[in-house]
Ligand binder design. Structure first.
Ligand code: NAP
Length: 282
């Protein structure tokens, strides 16, 4: 395997050491820990696992969590009311609405009910616009984690051709914005892209965010390219055909142990930043 691994586990661990130290300082100066509220609607087993991981990891770094689990039958109005209450609660610094929410809920309306100052998962229009304009604000957690992985390995983005496969509002689109802000030449691919293999073949940096196991074939990868696999499919399988891609890539993220740990690290880092900023305002 000629490719070197981009190790999200160790970068997340060092990020969380800093987060933990900042959480201790915050508690010492305010008399309380930073608090992340998680809101989960419905019974999706994977979403329950993700929320449990986030709550456990919060506790380990000295962040309190308030976990709110709502039934599948929750209406958009009921969810908005919960999110408005959390947004105005001074004991809550950060809010994560686990997505996807059940199909009958207006997800965009729910995201917009989160106070942008507490939007540590970067899902509101305000956060997206701040990211797009390069202004201070919270990035979407997974794209933020991807950019930190690239930065930690000094991947040259200025002038590089970056191809993102996937254009979801929480992953593909925002990571495209962040790559553009880093002066990459960005192509966003999606289900209507006519020749995906051709797009990927000329990419210096490939970001896979599709949600289909091993969909990006190893022989599409340009020799020496940087391959970031954000996909996570049942059985710990990414969106990239890992073993074949690793034969051609220069750098590649493993699944698991690449992007996933960085998503949580960014979420908790942004939680402490939100707590500090709100404490200054108060
Ligand atoms: P999503 O909302 O389902 O979006 C999937 C994207 O893939 C869409 O933009 C879709 O295009 C595109 N796509 C589907 N079929 C395609 C095809 N044949 N060719 C090219 N593009 C195609 O998914 P998501 O929420 O962005 O998540 C993507 C993956 O990342 C999933 O595996 C998810 O589990 C993973 N994920 C991981 C983390 C983490 O922390 N590691 C966090 C979030 C998500 P259209 O827009 O045209 O439909």
């Amino acid at each position: 395997m000629p490719a070197r691994l981009l190790d999200g586990v160790s970068l997340a661990a060092s990020t969380l050491e800093t987060v933990s130290a900042e959480a201790v300082d915050f508690a010492a100066s305010t008399g309380r820990k930073p608090c992340l509220a998680t809101v989960l609607v419905g019974d999706d087993p994977s979403s329950h696992v993700y929320v449990r991981m986030k709550v456990n990891r919060s506790r380990k770094v000295g962040i309190d969590s308030r976990r709110i689990d709502l039934p599948e039958s929750t209406t958009t109005g009921e969810l908005l009311s919960v999110l408005h209450d959390l947004s105005s609660d001074p004991a809550v610094d950060a809010i994560l609405l686990q997505h996807p929410v059940p199909a009958h809920i207006d997800e965009r309306a729910a995201f917009e009910a989160i106070d942008p100052r507490k939007d540590v998962d970067g899902v509101t229009r305000t956060s997206f616009a701040q990211m797009a304009f390069g202004e201070p604000g919270f990035s979407s957690a997974t794209p933020g984690g991807i950019m930190r992985l690239l930065d930690a390995d000094n991947v040259q983005l200025a002038g590089a051709s970056a191809v993102v496969i996937g254009r979801s509002p929480i992953l593909g689109k925002p990571v495209g914005m962040l790559l553009l802000a880093a002066d990459a030449t960005v192509t966003l691919c999606h289900s209507k892209t006519t020749d995906l293999a051709d797009e990927v073949r000329r990419a210096d940096v490939v970001i896979a965010a599709v949600g289909r196991p091993e969909f990006i074939r190893g022989d599409w990868i340009k020799p020496g390219a940087v391959v970031i696999d954000a996909g996570y499919n049942e059985g710990n399988i990414g969106d990239v055909e890992f073993s074949a891609a690793a034969e051609r890539a220069g750098l590649i993220t493993p699944v698991p142990g690449g992007v996933g740990p960085m998503t949580i690290a960014v979420l908790l880092d942004q939680t402490v930043q939100a707590a500090k900023a709100l404490a200054d305002v108060r």
